[in-house]
Design a protein around this ligand. Structure first.
Ligand code: NGQ
Ligand code: ZN
Length: 467
């Protein structure tokens, strides 16, 4: 245990992005649990206060991650079928999932979380569905793979919301699971036992435990109802995440099964509210945009993965018009970089609307600033953790850019952020990052960078299937 006087409890920044916008000469102070108790603008730094090397930003929550998928990022970019699609990618992805072990998952996730921290994410929502041993039998300790992820988050020092995934069927109408989905399958009762088992473990490390019904394809209506009720009995505030309406095939199948589109069906049959994160929600009608936004649920947009998988484009202006909340996730981890997700999101809107600066707002004309504040607020809501920005009561999850980086030097603070997000630089402008007040990245590097990278490479080699 470090002695109290060695523990950092404050930081001064010449410029800081607060939930209300940019402020000058900001002193941030937090307690021993990493919770901010004072944010003072126009302050003078008390002697000895550490000073941020550039503009201070709120840490970005990553609201959607399948950690194991980092091991094959960039390795499915070849033609596997005459017309490759999301579904042919999924077949390849299942081959990697089949080979994951507790050891390889921990190594892959540890490195992934180190990368996330170096890239501006301070917390992660882990949508975790590979539960069982390779032949589909539960591990002797049924929480083995969940524990591997929790350990990885703890070693890297990233905040985590663990979302064990309920997965039961291969398609609408209770189609039996495929053989290559055997590692994912749990009964609803079994899932609720897992949650009970994990509740004290997650709490002990400051993690939040939620639930992820994988999708309407994978969870029949009765199970969805029972699981949400069971979770709510455990913790009425626990987050609930679901993949929804990502692919048009899924929409067509849902209509054939129920006469309704996925989002419409979900809103009619589940108590969707601000606890929920609707991951992707790509294919909605204008009525679904309006009704979905009104629930207060967060749209979990995963811009680079959605581009990588050919999902389609979420209509941000329509969602925002109805007061919709949103955040970003790196999902399959084809890209692990908070700024690049914002860039990709704004660019897809520009390409589809043939406009510029689509996500600027009346009060926040600077796109990178507007997007950062919205994505942090939405991401925090989806995480169910107090990670909603640099404000009293929130955890001190913060990122400092390097004002001496050539891309930033001598610019005003909002332009530094804009240059960081939209300037596409060969090297990162992130200097430091704090999670709950603990500095995890300095000089752009995490302390575990080398060792975690080595373990990752070994785990990846073991995971890549020999043709
Ligand atoms: C997943 N990923 O669970 O990893 C999914 C693919 C599915 C994304 N949707 C599998 N991006 O949806 O069936
Ligand atoms: Zn996903």
């Amino acid at each position: 245990m470090a002695l109290d006087h060695n523990v950092q409890r404050s930081l001064f920044a010449a410029d800081a992005l607060l939930p209300t916008g940019w402020a000058r000469n900001v002193l941030v102070q937090w307690d021993g649990a990493g919770r901010i108790f004072a944010v003072t603008a126009d302050a003078t730094a008390p002697q000895g206060t550490p000073v941020a090397p550039g503009p201070l930003l709120p840490g970005m929550p990553n609201l959607h991650s399948h950690a194991f998928q980092r091991a094959f990022a960039g390795l499915t970019e070849y033609r596997a079928e005459s017309e490759d699609s999301f579904w042919s990618w999924r077949n390849l992805m299942y081959r990697f999932a089949a080979r994951i072990t507790p050891e390889s998952l921990e190594a892959i996730a540890t490195w992934l979380y180190v990368e996330m921290l170096e890239a501006g994410y301070t917390s992660v929502c882990e949508f975790h569905y590979v539960h069982h041993d390779q032949d589909g039998t539960p591990y002797a300790d049924d929480a083995t793979l969940s524990q591997a992820l929790l350990r990885a988050a703890q070693s890297a020092g990233i905040g985590i919301t663990l979302l064990p995934v309920l997965y039961q069927t291969s398609g609408f109408g209770a189609r039996p699971p495929r053989a290559d989905q055997a590692r994912f399958i749990r009964s609803t009762d079994n899932m609720l036992s897992l949650l009970e088992r994990l509740a004290p473990v997650t709490q002990a490390q400051g993690a939040v435990l939620g639930l992820a019904p994988h999708s309407l394809r994978a969870v029949p209506p009765d199970s969805l109802t029972a699981a949400v009720q069971g979770l709510t009995a455990l913790n009425p505030q626990a987050p609930i995440h679901i993949h929804i309406a990502e692919q048009t095939q899924e929409v067509d199948d849902c209509i054939a099964w129920s006469g309704q589109r996925p989002v419409q069906w979900l809103l009619d049959h589940a108590p969707v509210d601000k606890r929920w994160c609707l991951v992707h929600a790509t294919h909605m009608t204008p009525d679904e945009y309006a009704a979905g936004a009104r629930t207060g649920a967060v749209a979990g947009i995963c811009p680079t993965t959605e581009a990588n998988l050919g999902d389609g484009i979420f209509d941000m202006p329509l969602w925002l018009q109805h007061g919709g909340r949103w955040g970003v996730g790196s999902d399959s981890h084809a890209c692990v970089n908070a700024a690049e997700e914002l860039l990709m999101l704004e660019y897809t809107q520009r390409l589809s609307l043939r406009q510029r600066n689509v996500l600027a707002t009346a009060t926040q004309p600077d796109v990178a600033t507007a997007m950062t504040l919205q994505a942090v607020a939405g991401g925090a809501q989806a995480a169910g953790r107090a990670v909603g920005g640099i404000a009293v009561g929130q955890l001190a999850d913060m990122v400092a850019l390097n004002a001496q980086h050539v891309a930033l030097r001598d610019l005003p603070a909002h332009s530094m952020l804009s240059s960081h997000v939209f300037g596409s630089h060969r090297t990162s402008a992130i200097d430091s990052l704090w999670v709950a007040g603990v500095r995890r990245v300095s000089g752009g590097r995490h302390a575990l960078h080398e060792s975690a990278a080595q373990a990752f490479v070994a785990a990846r080699s073991a995971t890549i299937a020999p043709n």
